[in-house]
Design a protein around this ligand. Structure first.
Ligand code: ADP
Ligand code: ASP
Ligand code: MG
Length: 461
């Protein structure tokens, strides 16, 4: 069971989470994965940026807010005998956190490694609090970091990749004995460590990934993701008022959605579950009786609907490489993607225009400048490429549903719906699975495009 930030945001939510665990614990062996409390990770990112600029005063102010809110929750949830121990554990973490921020501020340097270390405090603070809340309800629990639970990653700080073979082996070794003693492990989501023990993070939203990794390692029967909505919905409910939860969705579809939905679930979280065919339930921690969404290996019927959901990934840019000499020159595309790959630029979408000899790649906004510089160095002045241009502030709209496969006319409906609202489509791609048609519009047009698709395919009914 994984609990997201909102499901742990304050003392009542924390107790609610513990009650859910209590309710299912007698009949099940449970591993709990906890995110950081509420918006803590966002706040730590702000602190990191302030410290990097040397603005220690502002950073400290925000820091004391985080410290106070955690201590407040801790005092309200821990049992009589355990408050002192919990508070002293939090105090210790808090002073380590302060030292880290001071270090960054003194050096005015924030590496991806020190950033991960700083962000790790969110989950390292939340797990002991949840474990203590459970103890106060009579459950035996133990707070562990991702590394202590056995998850080891490579050293790609900020977006580290789990080394599954060794992690799976270690997870067994570390967690099995706890169960043997009827102790429920409460593991930090999001964070792990390299082989030599440096703390890494799995990327934003990484707690989902922690949960699926642990489940795959242990051969769990199910993964339950407790969040603040009734499941995976037809669209982001903040954008589309009449979005509804999807009762069933296949791994293939959910993968496309989470990759493009960005915020709803970590893009790689479904991989371990899909590989081991472990069903994932996404449920609302405020309304646990509702069935939520079941993600499973079976291709679910769509009730006759071709499109199931539409999602948006924001803050992306388009990098376009063009040149008349590119036409008929083999290997240019390979060079483009090799260059982007070796500079750690993640390409989310590709299109190639044949008439004008262009290759466009969609990458995250923050990677656009790096991509352009790398491509300029690698490609300019060799007679093929004359221009490399970048446009920022775009977003990808992904339309997903297995019913689209082999159904003619879906693309036409999509683009007619968008055109009717006078939104300009800048780039189009279809995933090879045919579960997904994606296109790029400018940032400001994104929500309207989502609503256009939602309405065209009647997803709210
Ligand atoms: P958690 O803290 O539980 O991990 P997140 O904030 O990461 O929760 O993700 C849940 C939020 O994702 C929801 O509150 C909702 O606003 C947003 N969201 C975006 N797209 C969707 C979607 N298709 N279905 C459900 N929620 C979505
Ligand atoms: N706390 C991390 C984040 O906000 C991980 C997670 O919540 O899944 O990204
Ligand atoms: Mg999340």
């Amino acid at each position: 069971m994984k609990f997201g930030g909102t499901s742990l945001a304050n003392a009542p939510r924390m107790k609610n989470a513990a009650r859910i665990i209590l309710r299912y614990s007698p009949k099940n062996k449970i591993v709990v994965v906890a995110s950081a409390v509420g918006e803590t990770t966002d706040q730590l990112i702000q602190i990191a940026e302030l410290a990097k600029k040397g603005n220690l005063q502002q950073a400290r102010k925000l820091l004391s807010k985080i410290q106070a809110s955690h201590l407040k929750i801790a005092r309200m949830v821990a049992g009589r005998g355990e408050t002192r121990e919990l508070v002293s554990r939090l105090d210790q973490l808090n002073s380590e956190l302060e030292q880290t921020v001071e270090g960054i501020a003194h050096l005015r340097e924030l590496t991806s490694r020190s950033r991960d270390y700083l962000l790790s405090f969110g989950e390292r603070l939340s797990t002991p609090i949840l474990a203590a809340t459970m103890s106060a309800m009579g459950l035996r629990s133990r707070a562990l970091t991702g590394a202590e639970a056995g998850i080891t990653t490579d050293d790609n700080f900020g977006e580290a990749k789990p080394l599954t073979e060794i992690s799976y082996h270690q997870v067994h070794q570390r967690l099995d004995p706890l169960w043997g003693r009827r102790i429920i492990p409460v593991v930090t989501g999001f964070i792990a460590a390299t082989v030599d023990g440096s703390i890494t993070t799995l990327g934003r939203g990484g707690s989902d990934y922690t949960a699926t990794l642990l489940a795959a390692a242990l051969g769990a029967d199910e993964i339950w993701i407790w969040t603040d909505v009734d499941g995976l919905m037809t669209a982001d409910p903040r954008i589309v008022k009449n979005a509804i939860p999807l009762p069933y969705i296949s791994f293939g579809e959910a993968l496309e959605l989470s990759y493009f939905g960005a915020k709803m679930m970590h893009p790689r979280a479904l991989q371990p579950a899909g590989q081991k065919k472990i069903p994932v339930r996404i449920k609302n921690s405020s309304r646990p009786a509702r069935s939520g969404t079941l993600v499973s290996a079976s291709e679910s019927s769509n009730g006759g609907k071709v499109v199931k959901a539409v999602s948006i990934i924001r803050d992306v840019g388009i990098v376009t490489v063009s040149g008349s000499g590119m036409m008929g020159a083999p290997g240019v595309a390979a060079k483009v993607f090799q260059t982007l790959g070796s500079n750690n630029v993640n390409v989310m979408m590709i299109s190639q225009g044949s008439s004008e000899a262009t290759i466009s790649s969609v990458v995250a906004n923050r990677e656009v400048d790096r991509a352009v510089r790398a491509l300029q160095l690698a490609l300019m002045g060799q007679g093929y490429v004359d221009r490399i241009v970048a446009e920022k502030d775009a977003c990808i709209i992904a339309v997903v549903g297995s019913g689209m496969k082999g159904t003619p006319g879906v693309a036409a409906r999509i683009f007619t719906a968008v055109a009717k609202r006078k939104l300009n489509v800048r780039m189009v791609a279809q995933g090879s699975s045919e579960y997904n048609v994606s296109f790029v519009v400018s940032h400001k047009d994104g929500p309207e495009a989502v609503r256009a698709i939602h309405e065209e395919f009647n997803l709210g009914r």
